[in-house]
Write a protein that binds this ligand. Structure first.
Ligand code: PLP
Length: 402
């Protein structure tokens, strides 16, 4: 006879939840009950959202909807296998060829998400003995990709070009450093602050050290560069950035990630990248909708113009009201308030006033730089942006933030 154990072996989960509550970090997921548009229904309330990455409104664009439906009709709901067994469909190949020509690179390989693109490609680029040099504010999926390698890691302070150059010279100049592979990785646009990587300086420093440069353009795809080609195009650095990661989940409006670069990189990824080898490929509707999204980027550049008009208008409005918008240069505009509890209170009160903007605190950003993060899209009307600015003004004064 066994005696009943007093505690479940999963009791640590309750303790962890208790700790989250004590630290004020416990959150319930907000549920979107409508299409994800500038106005949507969230937790039963109609709000204007400043929290989606749907920069161009593509996720509800008629061309994407029709392409997805047609692909379901023609090819069914799922792809049925991983790419290396029988899951590579003609639509996947078509999307990759299209993306490669859009990005002006030799080849592209798609992944299930931007997250898996990073965890897939970084271990391929940096084997044991290599050194990875990474910006301190790089995205979590880059950090996890680095953790999957046996390479040495060196993190430089955010956007500190002097520190980057010094690190590269030290690595190259050290005993045995001449032959090491060095991989420099940066976000193209930093997701919490909305600032743009200093890519020209990064490329120069890397060229001096014979290092590989990889940029993750998740928040720049569809936003920066001609027709939304990203930061490499924005800075006119074609041919000088070895590896570009992009996402199909943000401005492109669907789901997925990709690696754009030399054909040899694609071939090695096909053989070795673990998320590619061991996880099923996109459903046909996803690939078809992404193809339609590239059509839209090429045929409706006015969407990107509207996005930037709205971003400038909203940022100027926030600054006029006296808010601290940090170093933002893109449609991502943080409103930095200080303490995490205040950021969450600010966000909650804005929600009650009909505006959804996420409060973000530690550990995503330093506690004293807690913020409400806003992202405007091409879909927001001036009237909607004015309603948001009014709400920021009222609640900001109520909470004595301004
Ligand atoms: C959002 C983001 C990702 C992840 O992209 P998904 O397609 O959502 O998985 C990767 N890198 C950066 C820099 C991001 O901002």
């Amino acid at each position: 006879m066994t005696t009943a154990r007093a505690r479940s072996p999963l009791a640590f989960l309750d303790a962890e939840i208790e700790e989250l509550r004590e630290k004020g970090l416990y959150r319930r997921l907000r549920v979107v009950q409508s299409e994800q548009r500038s106005r949507c229904t969230i937790d039963g309330r109609e709000v204007i959202t400043l929290s989606s990455n749907n920069y161009l409104g593509l996720n509800t664009h008629t061309k994407l909807r029709s392409a997805a439906i047609a692909a379901v009709e023609q090819y069914g709901a799922g792809s049925g296998a991983v790419r290396t067994i029988a899951g590579t469909m003609s639509l996947h190949e078509e999307l990759e060829a299209r993306l490669a020509s859009f990005k002006h690179t030799e080849a592209v390989l798609t992944f299930q998400s931007g997250f898996t693109a990073n965890t897939g490609v970084i271990p391929i680029l940096a084997a044991e003995g290599a050194v990875i040099v990474s910006d301190a504010l790089n995205h979590a999926s880059i950090i996890d990709g680095i953790r999957l390698t046996k390479a040495e890691r060196k993190v430089f302070p955010h956007a500190d070009m002097e520190a980057l150059r010094t690190t590269l010279r030290e690595v190259r100049g050290a005993d045995g450093g001449a032959d090491r592979t060095i991989l420099v990785i940066t976000d193209g646009v930093f997701s919490m602050d909305g600032d743009i990587a200093r890519l020209p300086q990064i490329v120069e420093a890397a060229e001096e050290a014979d290092a590989i440069v990889m940029v993750d353009d998740a928040h720049a795809s569809g936003v920066l560069g001609r027709n939304g080609r990203g930061t490499v195009d924005h800075f006119d650095l074609h041919g000088r950035v070895h590896v570009q990661v992009g996402t199909l989940s943000k401005a492109i409006g669907v789901l997925g990630g990709y690696v754009a670069g030399p054909a040899a990189l694609r071939t090695v990824l096909e053989h070795r990248a673990r998320p590619f080898l061991f996880s099923t490929s996109h459903p046909p509707a996803v690939a078809a909708a992404c193809l339609a999204a590239i059509d839209v980027l090429e045929s409706e550049p006015e969407l990107i113009e509207r996005l930037w008009d709205n971003a400038r208008y909203f940022k100027a409005g926030l600054e006029r009201l006296g808010f601290n918008t940090g170093a933002s240069e893109t449609p991502i505009t943080p409103v930095i308030v200080g303490a995490g509890a205040l950021a969450h209170r600010f966000s909650d009160r804005l929600f009650e006033e009909g505006v959804f903007a996420m409060g973000i605190g530690f550990p995503t950003v330093p506690e004293e730089k807690s913020r409400v993060r806003t992202i405007v899209t091409a879909e927001h009307s001036r009237e909607e942006l004015d309603i948001c600015l009014d709400a920021f003004d009222r609640v900001g004064r109520e909470l004595t933030i301004v």
